[in-house]
Design a binder for this molecule. Structure first.
Ligand SMILES: Cc1ncc(C[n+]2csc(CCOP(=O)(O)OP(=O)(O)O)c2C)c(N)n1
Ligand SMILES: [Mg+2]
Length: 340
């Protein structure tokens, strides 16, 4: 197996917190959000296996600190998100009711995309969430176009383009970044580098181990960020968004993280990753890093964290049950809201 690039790690949470302090209420909220995203996926996968969800299911488990920093720091009254298919966590963070996300997964009429999009095509214009996209790299030109529209309409917002490391191997990525600099659009390109494009490791699909080096050719600011650490992702997101808002220029950020599950629910990730590698990433689990800091700093104790988890699970179980009994779309709606 070829050598894999080692992630650039932030210092310990205590050091990161000293450098960029977040107050206790923010940390409690972040912890709840991470637990919510993790448990949402656990229950979703259970429902998939029970046969209630069909099609595809890509879990966000392990990558939660990326969303905590980069989605929370947006102002969704004026900013927009264009995502790829690993989108459940970002939907939750953008303020969507979990029941409507489960309803979408179950193909129900009250689902985020009226039951016609499924896991990969969540879409909620009222939350400024413009997809979910099953085509690798498909959302990148859309986010660039949103950035151009915001600029032309002299609006204050920015667009956030979210995609994986695999998307750097598509033409749309390169065409979009070239145009973004030419037209000076206020778009942040957020590459979630979870080290794999399906079963292909970064070392086997990328000509350069640092993805920032591939974006630098387009003349925009770039940086790598530790995607396991909520202090690192929050600090980077706040600083980068302020810069892009002010300068009205694009920016590329590569966050280093890891997906715990296989690519999709049918992939058990048995033959392309090592146990050592998985264990090393679990050592720096975003939930573990944050909760151990909070315990050490006496913000919450272990029992309180477990009570929080149980409360979130109870809330989500109720949402699952409510979504299950919702009606399916009527056959007469089949051709509404779709492009033929
Ligand atoms: C244009 C295109 N090519 C290939 C595929 C098949 N495909 C689906 S997901 C995927 C891997 C993408 O990995 P990455 O961008 O790193 O995102 P991750 O799944 O790791 O979040 C591939 C190759 C596709 N959906 N679209
Ligand atoms: Mg990937």
């Amino acid at each position: 197996m070829s050598a894999r690039p080692q992630p650039k790690l932030s210092p310990s949470p205590a050091t990161a917190a000293a450098r960029f302090p977040l107050d206790a209420a923010t940390l409690r909220n972040y912890l709840r959000q991470i637990v919510m995203m993790r448990e949402f996926e656990r229950l979703g996968e259970r429902e998939f296996k029970s046969g209630l969800i069909r099609g595809y299911y890509h879990s966000y488990a392990g990558q939660e600190a990326v969303g905590v920093g980069f989605v929370n720091s947006l102002d969704l009254n004026r900013d927009y998100i264009v995502d790829h298919y690993r989108d459940h966590g970002h939907m939750l963070l953008s303020g969507m009711d979990p029941e409507r996300i489960y309803a979408e997964l179950f193909g129900r009429r009250n689902g985020v995309s009226k039951g016609k999009g499924g896991s990969m095509h969540m879409y909620s214009p009222e939350n400024h969430f413009l997809g979910g996209d099953g085509i690798v790299g498909g959302g990148i030109p859309v986010a660039t176009g949103v950035g151009l529209a915001l600029k032309q309409q002299k609006r204050d917002g920015i667009s956030l383009s979210i995609f994986g490391d695999g998307a750097l191997d598509t033409g749309t990525f390169h065409e979009s970044l070239n145009m973004a600099t030419l037209f000076q659009v206020p778009t942040v390109y957020l590459c979630i580098n979870n080290m794999y494009s399906m079963g292909t490791s970064l070392a086997r699909h990328s000509s350069m181990p640092r993805l920032v080096d591939r974006a630098q050719g387009y003349g925009m600011g770039t940086e790598q960020v530790d995607g396991q650490d909520v202090w690192a992702t929050t600090e980077a997101a706040e600083r980068i968004y302020a810069r892009v808002r002010k300068q009205k220029k694009p920016y590329f950020v590569e966050v280093l993280t890891y997906r715990y599950q296989g690519h999709g629910i049918h992939d058990k990730a048995l033959n392309y990753r090592t146990l050592e590698e998985e264990t090393a990433w679990h050592e720096r689990d975003p939930l573990k890093l944050l909760s151990s800091y909070m315990i050490e700093e006496k913000i919450m104790n272990r029992a309180e964290i477990e009570a929080l988890r149980q409360e979130v699970v109870a809330e989500l179980e109720a949402k699952v049950e409510a979504a299950k009994v919702e009606p399916e779309p009527d056959a007469s709606e089949l051709l509404e809201d779709v492009t033929l």
